[in-house]
Design a protein around this ligand. Structure first.
Ligand code: ATP
Ligand code: MG
Length: 408
């Protein structure tokens, strides 16, 4: 058994033995019924946060205002949340407060969709008050209760609906979809960070086009920050997003997304900053964009063009560009096997694969260290990779000496 599931079961058992109700709830129950490996195992219990903390010595209150206590069990982290209902929603985002309750049903009722509103006990019995299991089997995302009210409480739920549609290839129940159209403008109150967490999941899902179809059909997308501030041609962007390729990894899908808005390599940094991407992701997107732009120009890349690109950017961004090229133009100008062979046959792939190091070059050339060292090594790396010279110390030092004279 998954060690996280085992830990969750033992925590539930401990709560049960102390006289409290405790269940697996939410996403993990849905995923177990779908035969998928859950992201996390959440537990809901009738015990109050103080009671939970008393019972587990290795525990700390992580979201006490939401009733969540984090329990350390073996090497695992298990989140235990007290049954609760939510108070007023004042700003379409967060409840003003929560009330702890002793009933499982009340706790499940506050959850967003029927497929996420089921609980399971230690014996595998399902607690399914809103027909979530039937919806799971028919592939339907349906709000718990009155959809419009639920979306007015928390607008993020509408974007989550699109996300679950992308992740599971499910459709949205017509009444739920109608409510999304009705409440679409409320997404403007959401923070970019919360929206991006969902966007990231849509872009990393097996069927991102389904998620975008939902966002575009309901016009939620037209009101989502930060995209409302981007100039975009609805028809073209819609067309591109609903044809998002399925072979790209997440980074490639982000680039496809940016390309849909006619983003170029120069503007990728400002756009990704608006989307709160990490620096690392932003650089990866930038590399893919740069390769993609050059690839489009050369059309039929040969070894002499591709190997330096592979050296400069590495394998991952090139593969992503390949997928994007294929999806955009239906051809890449070179076969996949050919690309892989070029990568595999290169005797070196980075400067540190060379048989000499910078200090050896410096002592042979007899010049003060400076930018010339990096420049010379990278030229040598390219020559070795292209098979022009062998990766042998004496030869590298000799050729390196000649190259170094170019640098003042
Ligand atoms: P994932 O696979 O991404 O973890 P998940 O369904 O588990 O998906 P979480 O964000 O981990 O999503 O939330 C856990 C559970 O909490 C959900 O299954 C749902 O029951 C409930 N939930 C989460 N966010 C909301 C929300 N905005 N409104 C109502 N219920 C929510
Ligand atoms: Mg989860």
């Amino acid at each position: 058994m998954d060690p996280r599931r085992k830990a969750a079961h033992e925590v539930i058992q401990m709560l049960n033995e102390s006289g409290y109700e405790a269940y697996l709830v939410g996403g993990c129950v849905r995923d177990l019924l779908l035969d998928r490996i859950p992201n996390d195992y959440d537990i809901a219990t009738s015990a109050t946060p103080t009671e939970v903390q008393k019972l587990f010595s290795r525990s700390f209150a992580t979201g006490i205002e939401h009733g969540t206590v984090t329990v350390l069990w073996d090497q695992e982290i298990v989140e235990v949340t007290t049954f609760r209902t939510e108070g007023f929603y004042e700003d379409h985002r967060r409840p003003s407060g929560v009330q702890f309750v002793r009933s499982l049903r009340d706790d499940l009722q506050r959850r967003d969709f029927t497929i996420n509103a089921m609980a399971m006990d230690l014996d595998g019995n399902l607690y399914d008050y809103f027909d979530g299991h039937a919806d799971l089997e028919s592939g339907i995302i349906r709000a718990v209760g009155t959809a419009k009210e639920r979306f007015q409480e928390d607008a993020l739920r509408m974007i989550r609906a699109a996300r679950f549609s992308a992740q599971f290839s499910f459709s949205i129940d017509p009444l739920t979809q109608e409510a999304m159209v009705c409440c679409k403008q409320d997404v403007k109150y959401l923070s970019v960070e919360r929206i991006m967490t969902e966007m990231d999941k849509i872009l990393g899902s097996p069927t991102p086009h389904m998620g975008f179809q939902v966002l575009l059909q309901t016009e939620l997308f037209h009101h989502m920050p930060p995209f409302t501030g981007w100039q975009w041609d609805q028809e073209r962007v819609g067309e591109r997003l609903t044809h998002i390729p399925s072979n790209c990894q997440r980074a490639g899908k982000w680039v496809w997304f940016l390309l849909a808005f006619s983003t170029t390599a120069d503007s990728v940094e400002s756009r990704t900053r608006e989307c709160k991407s990490s620096k690392k992701d932003s650089q990866l997107f930038q590399s893919i964009m740069e390769i993609q732009a050059e690839w489009t120009e050369v059309k039929e890349p040969d070894e002499k063009w591709m190997k330096p690109i592979l050296l400069r950017y590495g394998w991952e961004p090139v593969v992503e560009s390949y997928c994007i090229q294929q999806a955009l133009y239906n051809e890449t100008g070179c076969k996949w096997e050919q690309l892989r062979d070029w990568w595999e046959e290169m005797p070196v792939r980075k400067v540190t694969d060379l048989s000499i190091q910078g200090n050896e070059l410096i002592s042979v050339v007899g010049k003060k260290p400076g930018p010339w060292v990096k420049g010379t090594l990278s030229e040598l790396c390219q020559s070795v990779a292209l098979g022009e010279i062998p990766n042998q110390k004496e030869i590298l030092l000799k050729v390196g000496g000649q190259i170094a004279t170019k640098y003042s």
